[in-house]
Design a protein around this ligand. Structure first.
Ligand code: GLY
Length: 341
């Protein structure tokens, strides 16, 4: 070994030893451990509160975040009064209920189904895609075939109430998606859809478990009375959901097309990687949507929620009315998100 190389090695070793000694002293005497708020689960919208309860049952027993989020979002998926997710979701303009969902765990494993028909728990099919196939996305008939082959039963997801709303919409068949603008004057009977606050309430859920690992899930019946075959942001990894176990997770609700354009949830996570807090990261993503089309952004809703590895969370939306539901050891709350308009 040359003298120069020996010298470098010796000096690196000795300075490392000195630093380690100081570090140990500092850690034991002066430096407080970072406070991590875990376990925790957050989700989009007020109905996330009920979904959080199911997720919390798993988190409180030291279960995995990915199990918690799957269990959580299955609650609105099975709720026929929720017309934007799962069973009872509003159909597309041809009368078919088609579901989009995705899930992601702490190892960047992910699974997704797009335009899946006849199965209430799209999220559980997405999880099986993640765990039982070498793929990430299955779509349409292929996704249904895969679900049936794995024991799911074929169901009719179109409830009488949703069918009635669809037939009402068909009278005008006005294709003008505008979403979740709560402060907008809205008469459900005269204007059953698209345009009302009931239109478009995807559930996105993020959790951090007792071990500090993250998981996320997102599921929706998509834009009511959409074109047959239309897929939004919710089943697209990086758009409707992204989880990076080093940094945090993000998920979205609202007009999926605008979220896809900016790869919204991945953007929020990358902004957190650069040091932004969850709310600031969500706000920046919303600003990107506005920058692209300021006029359009006034008429639509998009909201993001995010969670970082400290258990800090935040939300931001285009319009008033977006909410975030939170459950941790410290709280069980629903907060109004800040918004631009
Ligand atoms: N955000 C859900 C969708 O656009 O379908």
């Amino acid at each position: 070994m040359s003298t120069r190389r020996k010298f470098l090695q010796t000096s690196v070793l000795s300075s490392a030893a000195v630093l380690t000694g100081k570090q140990i002293l500092a850690d034991t005497i002066a430096l407080p451990k970072p406070v991590v708020n875990t376990p925790i689960v957050i989700s989009t919208w007020d109905f996330g509160k009920t979904a959080n309860i199911a997720a919390w049952e798993i988190l409180a027993q030291k279960g995995r975040a990915v199990d918690a989020v799957e269990a959580g979002v299955r609650i609105p998926e099975a709720d026929p009064t929720n017309h934007t997710i799962g069973y009872g979701g509003y159909p597309d303009r041809d009368g078919y209920v088609t579901l989009d969902a995705c899930i992601m765990d702490e190892f960047y494993n992910c699974g997704s189904v797009m335009a899946l028909q006849h199965i209430t728990h799209a999220i559980s099919v997405a999880r099986l895609v993640m765990e039982k196939t070498p793929h990430i996305v299955l779509a349409g008939d292929g996704a249904l075939q895969f679900a049936l082959a794995n024991g799911f039963k074929k169901e009719n997801l179109l409830t009488p109430e949703s069918e009635k709303a669809w037939k009402e919409w068909m009278k005008k068949a006005k294709y003008e998606p505008e979403m979740n603008i709560e402060n907008r004057l809205y008469d459900k009977d005269k204007d059953p859809m698209p345009g009302g606050p009931d239109n478009h309430d995807t559930i996105g859920m993020l959790a951090m478990d007792a071990k500090g690992n993250l998981g996320g899930a997102c599921t929706t019946s998509g834009m009511a009375f959409k074109m047959h075959g239309r897929v939004g942001d919710s089943p697209i990894i990086g758009a409707g959901l992204y989880v990076d176990n080093e940094i945090g997770g993000a998920t979205s609700s609202g007009v999926g097309e605008e979220v896809i354009r900016i790869v919204g949830s991945h953007l929020v996570v990358e902004l957190m990687r650069q040091g932004l807090k969850p709310e600031a990261a969500c706000k920046e993503a919303v600003q990107r949507i506005i920058k692209r089309n300021p006029e359009k952004s006034k008429k639509i809703q998009v909201g993001f929620v995010a969670l970082n590895k400290k258990g800090e969370y935040g939300a931001y939306a285009l319009q008033k009315g977006f909410t975030i539901s939170v459950r941790s050891n410290k709280e069980e709350s629903v907060y109004a998100s800040k918004s631009v308009y």
